[in-house]
Design a binder for this molecule. Structure first.
Ligand SMILES: [Zn+2]
Length: 139
């Protein structure tokens, strides 16, 4: 069951709400982007995230490998404090547009809720997101 969490960047300029089911897992991946940002993401639908404040503060970054439509991801982060709040992506095998929410930005998720979420490891570096990489302990 999805719960609506209220979320923000570090400086508070960007605030948003996202409906997530943390029991579906928090994903940690070894791809070039997730590894550099230590991204811990949870997926939700394109109509399940609402920006409440600071839309004009959001940068929109697409990596060099982001190509339409196979791997089309917009990483959004606060231009004041640098915290990545979420990414919006389009993948055909996900049924179109979706959000990947940075679970580190959930303000009203308890430590217990975050700790109970199963961690799903993805081998994004080798484009095999459905498999865990050989080494996961550093992710
Ligand atoms: Zn900020």
């Amino acid at each position: 069951m999805k719960t609506t969490y209220h979320d923000s960047c570090h400086c508070g300029a960007v605030r948003y709400a996202a409906a997530l089911d943390l029991s579906e897992g928090v994903r940690r991946c070894n791809c070039s982007y997730c590894a550099k940002t230590r991204y811990a993401k949870a997926f939700t639908g394109d109509d399940e995230l609402t920006i409440l404040a600071g839309k004009e503060m959001l940068a929109d970054y697409r990596g060099p490998d982001s190509v339409w439509p196979e791997d089309h991801i917009h990483h959004r982060f606060c231009t004041r404090c640098g915290v990545q709040v979420f990414s919006r992506g389009y993948l055909e095998n996900f049924g179109g547009w979706f959000y990947a929410v940075n679970t580190a930005t959930l303000d009203d998720a308890s430590d217990e809720e975050l700790a109970a979420a199963p961690i799903i490891y993805e081998n994004g570096r080798e484009d095999r997101q459905e498999e865990a990489p050989a080494v996961t302990s550093y992710l």
